[in-house]
Design a protein. Structure first.
Length: 312
């Protein structure tokens, strides 16, 4: 009997066990496990509504290294641009491809695509979540803290300083499933989606996660294992740029702030970064920064995700 297809539209699509399995697979693949031809003759369609560097390259290279073929599709050149429905697009692409990765503006569009597609759909970023990024970030923290067990992972404390955007929301979901401590330090009016937070808090009841939102970033970073930040103005929020710069200024990750955390606290950013805004150059390029390890680990976690969804 054919197994029902799975998607990765939200981290909520995964269980804690699924995530742990993905992380272990990524570690094994990164250590040099043979990958050639595992996905031979499989084709991954990569749809981009937004600009991309790490997502494009990591997924394309991951699929190639697994023996499959990455087909990069610019959303501007698809018939969706002329009004074709998501349903028709999903059903058509399902006849050609083995999986779809989409980087989209609206999370609801990706949900709709996954609803109609008969092949796995992977969220490469939406306005709600960036699941593959946060999985690679957790892999990076595990490596730097020599974490090899679920129990050790639960002891983590991650602090996000900045916007309640798709990246911080991804951390909220990840914490709720895996049971570690996550604090979002953000200005009034920039918190996460209320429904997503409510769902995460329900999950936290069973996982033991501690999730909180605060205005006090200095107090939040005490004993932090990682301080994470992202651009203050995400794609689509450009009209608010001036106001955002003013509102987020007290949440800049700088030397004064990281001095309040653990001496070996990791500095993290999903990139691209604006040095001098959300983070100072000396911190982002300093010895505690792991930003390029994060970028590299996108490749390994993408491989794990592709195998999880496609390996027969």
């Amino acid at each position: 009997m054919k197994q029902k297809k799975r998607d990765l539209v939200s981290l909520f699509d995964l269980s804690a066990g699924d995530i742990w399995s993905l992380l272990k697979t990524a570690i094994r693949l990164k250590s040099g496990a043979r990958t050639t031809d595992i996905l031979h003759r499989k084709t991954l369609g990569l749809i981009f509504e937004k600009p991309s560097t790490r997502t494009t390259v990591s997924f394309a290279v991951a699929m190639h290294q697994l023996g499959g073929f990455p087909l990069i599709l610019n959303a501007q050149n698809l018939q969706r641009k002329r009004g074709e429905t998501i349903r028709d697009t999903a059903l058509t692409l399902s006849r050609y491809l083995d999986a779809i990765m989409i980087r989209a503006f609206r999370h609801g569009d990706v949900v709709e695509l996954a609803r109609w597609a008969t092949i796995p759909v992977i969220n490469g970023l939406t306005d709600s979540e960036h699941p593959c990024q946060v999985l690679g970030d957790i892999l990076t923290i595990m490596e730097h803290n020599n974490i090899r067990s679920v129990a050790a992972l639960k002891k983590l404390k991650v602090v996000f300083s900045g916007d309640g955007n798709n990246m911080s929301q991804s951390w909220i979901v990840a914490a709720s499933l895996l049971g570690f401590t996550f604090i979002l330090a953000c200005p009034e009016g920039y918190g996460p989606d209320a429904e997503l937070l409510k769902q995460a808090q329900r999950k936290a009841l069973s996982s033991g996660a501690k999730i909180s939102i605060t205005r006090d970033v200095v107090g939040a970073v005490a004993d932090a294992d990682a301080i994470y930040t992202d651009v203050w103005t995400s794609m689509g929020d450009e009209a608010e740029e001036g106001k955002r710069k003013k509102d987020f200024k007290p949440y800049q990750v700088n030397a004064r702030l990281i001095a309040k955390a653990k001496r070996d606290c990791l500095i993290m950013h999903c990139l691209p970064a604006i040095r001098g805004e959300e983070v100072t150059a000396d911190v982002l390029d300093g010895p505690q920064s792991v930003i390029f390890d994060q970028a590299e680990n996108r490749l390994h976690i993408q491989k794990a995700v592709l195998l999880f969804l496609l390996k027969s």
